[in-house]
Design a protein around this ligand. Structure first.
Ligand code: BTN
Length: 250
């Protein structure tokens, strides 16, 4: 599938633009790309640092015929697409921190924000936004030890457009696989190969409850399976919970 591209030199947020276009009937598959964002949005109401001339800020508008419950899995489909594209274009092995952060050298290189509009009839649209730090050399003080870019970590300059195209091509490939079963079973092995938390001790941060457990991997719905000290295996749903490494972010 080929995406029509709506390009902005500068915009508030490609997710916000994609949603506004979607409300006006913009078709499935449209890709929104910006050189910089003045109000880039992260998960949990955070900001996303989005300077000009160096990174990828893109949002893909989908109108999938799937149950709204399945939509959050698309975030994991995008995470796999980003990691595989970075390997193909840059020859750099990144990892996924569950559910959908891409990390390099234990620092965050890419974040993904999925937003959905659904009603009684099902999904109207889903917007999957990805911010990939590509050629950024300097980060604000507060992000310095947590944020990575391909350039900062490897010294290599990457053609942003080539990487963006590879991400989108991979996404359409894995999206097709996803649609066959409406779950992640077709890409679960690939996801596990990339999962930095697999077979590791993790700190699980539930609202009002924090505990340590052993991460076994994900199930076909994208939930993280963790083994508790008691031996019980618990399923963790990304919406409410996040995980960290024992000693830090990873
Ligand atoms: C996160 O917090 O990890 C998610 C960050 C998502 C950032 C991207 S940049 C392109 C798109 N537009 C936005 O405003 N956010 C997403």
């Amino acid at each position: 599938m080929k995406s029509e591209i709506v390009y902005f030199e500068e915009t508030d947020s490609t997710n916000t633009r994609a949603k506004a276009y979607a409300e006006k009937g913009c078709p499935h598959g449209t890709l929104f790309v910006a050189d910089c964002q003045s109000s880039g949005k992260g998960r949990r109401g955070r900001n996303w640092n989005a300077p000009a001339g160096c990174n990828i800020y893109m949002s893909l508008l989908l109108r999938p015929d799937i149950t709204p419950k399945a939509a959050p899995m698309l975030t994991l489909v995008m995470a796999v697409s980003v990691a595989v594209a970075i390997r193909e274009v840059c020859g750099v092995e990144t990892k996924i921190k569950w559910p959908n952060d891409i990390v390099l050298h234990k620092k965050k290189l890419c974040g993904i924000l999925t937003e959905m509009s659904a009603g009684a009839e099902g999904i109207d649209y889903v917007v999957i936004g990805a911010g990939v730090n590509v050629n950024q050399e300097e980060f604000p003080e507060e992000l310095m030890d947590r944020a990575a870019s391909i350039k900062k970590e490897t010294g290599m300059t990457t053609d942003r457009e080539e990487l963006r195209q590879a991400i989108v091509e991979n996404f359409w490939k894995y999206y097709k696989t996803f649609l066959e079963t409406e779950d992640l079973s077709g890409i679960i092995n690939l996801y596990h190969d990339l999962l930095v938390n697999k077979d590791c001790e993790v700190k699980v941060l539930e609202p009002g409850n924090e505990y340590t457990a052993y991460a076994l991997g994900i199930n076909e719905k994208g939930e993280l399976l963790v083994k508790m000290r008691s031996g019980e295996v618990k399923r963790i749903y990304a919406g409410e919970v996040s995980v960290r490494g024992i000693y830090g972010y990873i």
